[in-house]
Design a protein around this ligand. Structure first.
Ligand code: ANZ
Ligand code: ZN
Length: 785
């Protein structure tokens, strides 16, 4: 008997599949299935356990759909711009392109070993100029449609490293590199007007199948809020200040007004008292350095100063003081709030601290007071969104250059589309400049260009795009990336040229990813999709028809895997010891795909034993035309269960059912025909691609890959519902049970024949004479000997 040697099997089939991929995307069947998995950032560490857990989830579904005769698009690529690569380049002096190539080579090899059935002809890489040319092109369209603009915005600034920091580089208010306290600095930055799409991003969630909590989180992030904007005139001045409130019914309880420290009125009205002026400007300056998060954390103590101004409540004409406090932010509503301590906890905390008045008043009728305010011209209906415009500038090297030129005469001019891509130039140092500009600013030959419009000397934009850019349209690129040929210099618009393919493949049928992308990436890419749809470049309002989010694999100790805890389990080592099939099977057997679960080495061994059992059982099979009684209904039930479970990503229960099946099968050897044994193997093939391929080609002696076979169908009459158990007795003693189709169960001759074929009955009847056969239809047969 041949021993199960996964190493031999893996290296054999890896080579064969490389030459004859059974997973290429076809577009011939007329029914398509697009299974999209979030593409990885190719870090220097290779695949981690999270990748090994989540990538097989859709791989299994994709494999099944292929066997069901769908055209399946199941692609992968690299989200390869990013800080770790830039920092590594900085430290070692290796160019980020070289680092990226090394990392993606390693990832690809590991993914192949894990038998992930991606279509490698469509591999995209966001750092490839052929790819980011179109990222830049989309930016230019956004600019042309008024959806990209420049504005002064604060960035995180490390005064010791003298660089701007991305949010993820600020840890508890400190610079991740040097530990110095991070401050804020104003810089001119590009923003994308995602707020123009706020309503559609919220409303059109109704069109898609996402988990409810994902929809809720997106709606919450967008934060649509209906209220009234009410004008309070400033006492003794020609100015008035609008406030935004969702609670006009509380207006009689307003005892003060609060402005954000950045509110423009503060600079407009100079207070005659210099003490007030000094205090005010000191407060405003200090608020600037705080992050929005710090300012809005509810538990932090409220601070503020009096402006010396008073304003008039338009409804009751009361005169109330105007304060400045940093719990009010300028970016939301009007940057001014009416303080109603009796009804609002934050206002109450503020009032207690500064000894302001509290007014106990009953609530007004919401509808009536709103009508009254509007009728008298004191205010108007207003919808506000918590969603902010998307800050699209980064002051780093390793990102897509923003394809814009600044001309003293013409202003911001896009690079002509025929001149795209604007390639990242080679630099000596990736170190940011110290002025807050990206290192690109230091390359004179690159920065200084002539204006595309008037030809006069102008300067390129030196900021690069954020990480989120390349991933905002990658699911579109996959639809035609194999066609781009020699990564051509062809300047035709790919969205027009490959329109048919985009129409065929979109929307994505299922998109699997992590909870960390619930708001940012999902919203950004939905925004780009809606925009591209508006300008006629892509079909459909939504990019992803369904979204599912996976859980997390913890260390064996129940904590998140981390270097500092020393509980990291490397998938490569597990593959080395147990093989890729076992790793896949175990990770999916652990539990529902959307749960967070600790690693358990015993469980891995259980899965290894299961595959060994499968191997051994197929070694013993012999061809037989004998009618198989016991397992046939069970097998058909298994086909039904595994098929349905894979469709709903319940891989764990599908695996459990297969294990159970193998258990009963090994208890009653030879009780499947070859044809049926082939069916079981097909069911297992998406989960364990290597061992099933080996058995298929070897023992079952088939010529074409198991992964290109038809997915088995079950016959409903052969599943449990229509089966009857008949008791087989010898001299009135129970010796055997038969499971037969109910139609056959009434025929004496049929049942007698079937019973006599079982091993047990054969044993008891050997050399004996049957005197009498008693038969109760559908119930019992008794051989009297
Ligand atoms: C008076 C009031 C009384 C309020 C009351 C609430 C409760 P959402 O639902 O998030 O839209 N607000 C308005 N602009 C603000 C800003 N720029 N910074 C901080 N707070 C601001 O919340 C709207 C409410 O948040 C508004 O209604 C306002 O306080 C406050 F019993 O007005 B309210
Ligand atoms: Zn010009």
């Amino acid at each position: 008997m041949k021993k199960y040697n996964f190493k031999e099997i893996e290296s054999k089939w890896l080579k064969i599949w490389e030459k004859r991929p059974c997973t290429r995307t076809s577009t011939v069947q007329g029914k398509k299935f697009y299974a999209l998995t979030e593409f990885p950032y190719p870090s220097g560490k290779g695949l981690h356990m999270g990748h090994a857990f989540t990538y097989p989830i859709l791989d299994i579904l994709a494999r099944k759909k292929r066997m069901e005769g769908y055209d399946v698009l199941h692609p992968i690529g690299w989200d390869a711009f990013g800080l770790p690569t830039e920092n590594y380049a900085l430290k070692t002096g290796t160019h980020p392109t070289t680092v990226t190539k090394r990392n993606t080579d390693r990832f690809r090899e590991q993914m192949k070993r894990l038998a992930l059935s991606y279509d490698w002809d469509r591999e995209v890489n966001t750092t490839d100029p052929v790819y980011y040319r179109w990222t830049q092109w989309i930016f230019i369209q956004l600019f042309k449609h008024g959806l990209a603009y420049k504005k002064k915005m604060p960035i995180n600034w490390c005064p010791s490293c003298k660089i701007g920091l991305a949010n993820e580089e600020v840890i508890n208010g400190k610079c991740e590199r040097c530990g110095a306290g991070v401050s804020r600095r104003e810089l001119d930055q590009w923003l994308l007007r995602i707020t123009d799409y706020a309503d559609r991003l919220a409303d059109e969630l109704d069109l898609v199948d996402y988990p409810d909590y994902v929809k809720a989180a997106q709606r919450n992030w967008i934060g649509r809020s209906e209220g009234v904007e009410i004008k309070f005139s400033i006492f003794n001045s020609q100015f008035s200040i609008p406030v935004f409130t969702t609670r006009p019914d509380t207006i009689h309880g307003a005892t003060f007004m609060v402005l954000a420290p950045e509110h423009p009125i503060i600079k407009k009205i100079r207070n005659p008292k210099f003490e007030i002026r000094n205090k005010l400007s000191a407060y405003v300056k200090q608020a600037k350095d705080k992050s929005d998060l710090d300012r809005q954390t509810e538990t932090k103590e409220k601070t503020g100063v009096f402006t010396g101004l008073y304003c008039i409540n338009p409804v009751n004409k009361e005169k109330i003081p105007v304060w400045v406090a940093d719990y009010v932010v300028m970016e939301y509503g009007t940057g001014a709030v009416m303080g109603v301590p009796f009804y609002d906890e934050r206002d109450m905390a503020f009032v207690k601290k500064y000894k302001l008045a509290v007014k106990k008043v009953p609530l007004e009728n919401m509808k009536e007071i709103t009508r009254k305010i509007i009728k008298n011209g004191w205010g108007s209906h207003k919808v506000n969104y918590h969603l902010r415009d998307w800050i699209f500038s980064r002051q780093h090297y390793w990102g897509e250059p923003i394809p814009m030129v600044n001309c003293p005469k013409c202003g911001w001019v896009p690079v002509p589309e025929k001149d795209l891509p604007v390639k990242l130039p080679k630099v000596e140092k990736y170190q940011p400049t110290g002025t807050g500009e990206s290192p690109l600013a230091a390359i004179r030959e690159w920065v200084e260009v002539s204006c595309p419009e008037c030809g006069q000397p102008a300067r390129r934009e030196t900021d690069t795009m954020p990480n989120w850019a390349g991933s905002s349209w990658y699911y579109l690129a996959y639809a035609f990336w194999d066609k781009l040929g020699a990564k051509s210099e062809d300047k035709k618009n790919v969205f027009i040229k490959y329109k048919k393919l985009l129409d065929y493949w979109l929307p994505v049928d299922i998109y699997l990813g992590g909870a960390e992308h619930t708001t940012l990436h999902l919203l950004y890419s939905r925004f780009w999709h809606k925009f591209l749809n508006d300008i006629g470049m892509v079909p459909g309002k939504e990019p992803y028809q369904a979204r599912r989010q996976h859980g997390v694999i913890l260390g064996e100790d129940g904590y998140r895997m981390s270097k500092s805890r020393g509980n990291i389990i490397n998938p490569e080592e597990v593959m080395e010891k147990y093989g890729a099939d076992v790793l896949r099977l175990y990770l999916l057997f652990m539990g529902p795909y959307d749960q967070t679960m600790p690693w358990n080495t015993k469980g891995v061994e259980g899965c290894a034993r299961f595959l060994k059992r499968v191997w051994n059982i197929y070694q013993k099979i012999y061809a037989s035309s004998q009618e198989r009684l016991r397992l046939t209904p069970q097998l058909h039930r298994l086909v039904k269960k595994v098929s349905e479970d894979i469709d709903s990503l319940k891989h764990n229960t599908a695996i459990a059912a297969m294990m159970e099946f193998i258990n009963s099968w090994s208890r009653q050897e030879n009780s499947l025909s070859l044809k049926e044994a082939a069916i079981f193997l097909k069911l297992l093939s998406p989960f364990a691609p290597y061992i099933t391929e080996e058995i298929w080609s070897g023992f079952l002696n088939k010529k074409t890959s198991i992964h290109q076979q038809k997915w088995p169908q079950y016959e409903p009459e052969l599943t449990k519902e229509n089966m009857v158990t008949i008791i087989v007795q010898i001299n009135g003693k129970l010796r055997e049970k038969l499971e037969v189709q109910s139609a056959k169960s009434k025929e004496k001759s049929e049942i007698e024949k079937l019973a006599k074929r079982t091993k047990k009955v054969q044993k008891y009847l050997k050399n004996k004479k049957v005197k009498k056969v008693i038969f109760l239809p559908s119930r019992l047969i008794n051989f009297v000997i």
